[in-house]
Design a protein around this ligand. Structure first.
Ligand SMILES: NC(=O)c1ccc[n+]([C@@H]2O[C@H](COP(=O)([O-])OP(=O)(O)OC[C@H]3O[C@@H](n4cnc5c(N)ncnc54)[C@H](OP(=O)(O)O)[C@@H]3O)[C@@H](O)[C@H]2O)c1
Length: 249
């Protein structure tokens, strides 16, 4: 029987590409983001590309910056879909937050979205899974959770925090039939930051999504996308000379 997946931040980039990839593999879809018009366009694109009268697609406007509203928004979505097997916590932002330039508000906002918003989404998903007695939570973290990038301290901190939270959740939920999976993308060509193509080994969102969905279906605890070269370089993170990363700033 076809599974059902809910994806936050599905209106663009990796979230949109994940929706198309899951659709290609026959999943029912729940799509959430602030830009409802883009979600409606994506729903139409899925229906045109992968016609299937039996497929359920629901869309909902969700702002994870309002943490108290996340569960009340997602519960009706989960119900409308008739129960959900997988929730992908993907919504996120990035911007430069150089240290000591009085940009505390920017850094705090980023952490609000990427960490508090992600935790609020995780809460709502796990509440649903506990009620059903099963489920799979997927967090889109980042290789930046393992490796600092100059001028992106708030982003790296938000992703390191989310990864640690997911690790704790994984241990806590193991005996409750709820799997927790972290996907750590390297550099993916999306609108999240300008000039993403200047970063090393940047791949398309479609490639990142293809690899990510395969790892999710394998129920990996941690998966790196793209696998080449990051899976092999990962053990060296923390030992790569700072000068190389400073070039990226
Ligand atoms: N691109 C990369 O190189 C890369 C690398 C590692 C990790 N990631 C992670 O991958 C995830 C997706 O990023 P992306 O590269 O695909 O960026 P993107 O194209 O800018 O997409 C970000 C998505 O998050 C949603 N979003 C942002 N703020 C939100 C909010 N307050 N409430 C609800 N949704 C919100 C946006 O939708 P609306 O604006 O419509 O709300 C959009 O759909 C992020 O968590 C990011 O940190 C990306």
């Amino acid at each position: 029987m076809a599974k059902t997946v809910v994806i936050t931040g599905a209106s663009s980039g990796i979230g949109l590409a994940l929706a198309l990839e899951f659709a290609a593999r026959g999943y029912h879809l729940g799509l959430a983001a602030r830009r409802l018009d883009l979600l409606a366009q994506l729903r139409d694109e899925v229906q045109a590309k992968y016609p299937d009268p039996a497929r359920r697609i629901e869309i909902v406007a969700l702002d994870v910056d309002q943490p108290d509203a996340v569960a009340p928004t997602l519960r009706p979505l989960f119900e409308a879909l008739g129960g959900v097997d997988i929730v992908v916590v993907n919504a996120g932002v990035n911007r430069f937050t150089p240290v000591g330039r009085g940009e505390l508000a920017q850094a705090a906002q980023l952490i609000q979205t990427n960490l508090i918003g992600a935790i609020a989404t995780t809460e709502a998903a796990v509440e649903h899974f506990l009620g059903r007695g099963a489920g799979q939570l997927v967090g889109i973290s980042s290789l930046a959770s393992l490796q600092a990038i100059p001028k992106q301290g708030a982003y790296c901190a938000s992703k390191a925090g989310f990864s640690m939270y997911l690790d704790a959740a994984r241990m806590e939920l193991k005996r409750k039939n709820i799997a927790v999976c972290q996907i750590l993308p390297g550099f993916v060509l999306t609108e999240i930051m300008p000039k993403m193509d200047k970063y090393p080994f940047a791949v398309s969102a479609a490639q990142a999504a293809r690899e990510a969905v395969t790892l999710i279906e394998q129920r990996k605890a941690v998966g790196v996308v793209p696998a080449f070269p990051w899976r092999w370089l990962r053990p060296f993170f923390g030992h790569i000379p700072d000068a190389l990363w400073r070039k990226l700033a």
